[in-house]
Design a protein around this ligand. Structure first.
Ligand SMILES: [Zn+2]
Ligand SMILES: [Zn+2]
Length: 68
């Protein structure tokens, strides 16, 4: 698989959109991977598990806050 930015061989895949990126074009972004605890939906923000260095392609625009 090739990088979406150049023709280098991809080193990783974007966690948000699934596009492949090489090491040079790899970006990192906080990623909410899931929820911990059993406090109920009203406490989801406090219980969110965030991965700080998730692989990001740099092109897509992931949205974090979908609840109001
Ligand atoms: Zn690249
Ligand atoms: Zn992406």
């Amino acid at each position: 698989m090739k990088c979406i930015h150049c023709d280098e061989e991809a080193r990783a895949v974007c966690q948000f959109c699934g596009r492949a990126v090489c090491r040079e074009h790899l970006r990192e972004k906080p990623f909410v991977s899931g929820f911990s605890g059993k406090m109920g939906f009203w406490n989801m923000n406090q219980n969110a598990v965030v991965v700080d260095d998730a692989v990001w392609c740099g092109s897509c625009h992931p949205q974090y806050e979908t609840t109001s």
